[in-house]
Ligand binder design. Structure first.
Ligand code: TRP
Length: 549
């Protein structure tokens, strides 16, 4: 193996910045408000905070801790980290899921990121004004509409921007951990915060723009997000809906980038004595501030003021419709609409960029330490692999079918499996005592004892319950509600694959997932052979013997 200078963050702050950059993304600014709107605000927020406390923080700590442990042994990919920490044959394959998940998410996330770039450029060029029909623009731009052509390269098409976004991501990844990722986050995060504050200030001072509709004011918009009960309904009516719990948990995963091996990889570049407890909590808190404080506070009231309660309800769950059609339309109605559009799309693009970079590094880490490729070759190979996937998603952009199908299976099923594996490794295989002792090593905060049972029992139980709900509700299609009649309808994602009228694109997307899965399994198996051979040759690297890293 060639010797590389070990890569590292420039400090603990660099790691926090990068993890926050990974977490703060499109999930915060468009997925979260769309989910909150769908499940009626306040009740969703209750389930959301419960999920944040019971699965969010435990997984954040488990992943930061495992990552730093693996880094001590010289491993940086989730597969390598679990292999080196757990010493069981299955561990590396569960870690390999990390590679699979982020690589697959990247192939569609990059598309959405490219939309953001394209919209920013169009806004900067003044091509959006009060009369823009964003729905029509969107249809042509992404080729999602009937008359849209997917493969086109004009200013109003995806092509050019997809290529540019792709190149930009790989350029920064090639520059490395501190010179690439950390540098981007150092500038992008403050910049996106500034842009968000501009829009936030505008939205929160809107008051009641239409005096004929006194109801549609900012305060009621905030109430829509936060009030736990709606007129005539108690909060328990909403909380009795299992789908709400499912949606809340999924949002916590997606938003914090947990259950995907990203944090494990990032934390592995820490030094053995660097704090993980406070760092993890800080990055998670930064994400929540952006999600609830900015994403929710900006989007929901803005939409409410102009569209009213029924208008917001119509956006339910429409992450993409909300982000690229409805909200831009709403912003265009405000004084200063053109400048706001630049801020808004610029904000989305920067948020997406720091997230997509973090989806590439786990793959680079595995290719470097598995087959032992140098950085250039790892970057090249990953670029090739993800280009195939991204081209697939681009080509099948009608109805966003490929994007949607891959997102559904990866962001629900695979993430739950990986997350459950990680928390069980932490609480049961390593053991909660030793695990927490690791978390506390070098910790700049007190990690209280009650965290032990939460991480060992409550978190895995909650995860399994949520996954059970998912299978019952979304796969089998038994839509029950506590205290109401059950309905039975298998989800469209399932009937697309095995129903009477299967969708060819959905099936091809599923096949793509399987192909990536096979590639991952072979890659991990090959890597493990090399790790075994190396372990047989040299004494295990240890913190006392850092030269063997
Ligand atoms: N957390 C990111 C967001 O809020 C999205 C995301 C999902 C992500 N999975 C990821 C980011 C994996 C990095 C790595 O938009």
């Amino acid at each position: 193996m060639t010797l590389r200078t070990p890569e590292a963050w420039t400090g603990r702050f660099g790691a926090i910045l990068a993890v926050a950059g990974s977490a703060v993304g499109l999930g915060n600014f468009i997925r979260f408000p769309a989910q909150a709107a769908q499940y009626g605000g306040g009740a969703f927020m209750l389930a959301y905070f419960a999920s944040f406390l019971i699965i969010g923080i435990p997984l954040v700590w488990a992943e930061w801790t495992l990552g730093r442990m693996g880094g001590k042994h010289g491993y940086h990919s989730a597969a390598g980290v679990l292999h080196s920490v757990v010493h069981r044959p299955w561990a590396k394959y569960l870690g390999g899921l990390g590679f699979l998940i982020v690589t697959l998410i990247f192939v569609y996330y990059i598309s959405i990121e490219a939309w953001c770039l394209g919209y920013t450029v169009n806004a900067l060029l003044g091509r959006f004004d009060g009369s823009t029909d964003y729905g029509a623009f969107f249809g042509t731009f992404v080729g999602a509409g009937a008359n849209g052509s997917a493969i086109a390269f004009g200013l109003g098409d995806l092509g050019l921007f997809l290529l540019a976004t792709f190149a930009l991501n790989f350029y920064f990844i090639h520059r490395g951990i501190s010179r690439g990722i950390e540098t981007v986050c150092r500038y992008a995060l403050p910049a996106l915060l500034a842009l968000a504050l501009v829009i936030l200030a505008r939205v929160l001072t809107l008051g009641t723009p239409d005096p004929t509709k006194p109801d549609q004011n900012v305060i009621n918009g905030l109430g829509f997000l936060w009030n736990p009960s709606k007129p005539g309904l108690s909060v328990f009516d909403d909380l009795a809906n299992p789908q709400l719990w499912l949606a809340a948990a999924s949002q916590v995963f997606f938003s914090l980038s947990i259950g995907m091996g990203v944090i494990i990889t990032y934390a592995s570049y820490l030094k053995p004595r660097d704090d993980v407890a406070l760092s993890g909590l800080t990055a998670a808190a930064a994400n929540e501030a952006c999600e609830v404080g900015i994403g929710g506070t900006l989007t929901v009231p803005a939409a409410y003021v102009f569209l009213g309660a029924s208008g917001v309800a119509a956006l339910a769950g429409q992450t993409i419709g909300l982000g690229f059609i409805a909200l831009p339309q709403v912003l265009a109605n405000m004084p200063g609409g053109q400048a706001l559009a630049v801020c808004y799309f610029g904000l989305l693009f920067l948020a997406a960029l720091t997230s997509s970079l973090s989806m590439l590094q786990p793959g680079i880490a595995l290719l470097e330490e598995g087959p032992g490729f140098d950085r250039g070759r790892s970057v090249g190979l990953l670029a090739l692999l993800t280009a195939l996937g991204a081209a697939f998603v681009w080509y099948f952009s009608a109805d966003l079918k490929a994007l949607d199908t891959i997102d559904f299976w990866v962001a629900n099923v695979l993430i739950f499996i990986q997350a459950t594996a990680v928390i069980i490794v932490f609480g049961w295989v390593i053991g909660i005592k030793q695990g927490l002792a690791e978390t506390r090593r070098g910790a700049k905060m007190h990690v209280p004892d009650f965290v032990g049972p939460v991480m060992k029992y409550l978190c895995p139980a909650y995860l399994l319950a949520i996954f059970g709900l998912f299978v019952v509700n979304k796969i089998v299609g038994w839509n029950f509600r506590f205290g109401a009649d059950a309905a039975f309808s298998p989800s469209g994602y399932v009937t697309d694959l095995v129903g009477p009228e299967p969708s060819a694109v959905a099936r091809a997307s599923f096949a793509l997932i399987v192909a990536f899965l096979i590639f991952t399994l072979l890659l991990v198996r090959h890597s493990a052979r090399r790790w075994q051979a190396r372990a047989n040759l040299t004494p295990a690297p240890s913190p006392l013997n850092p030269s063997s890293r």
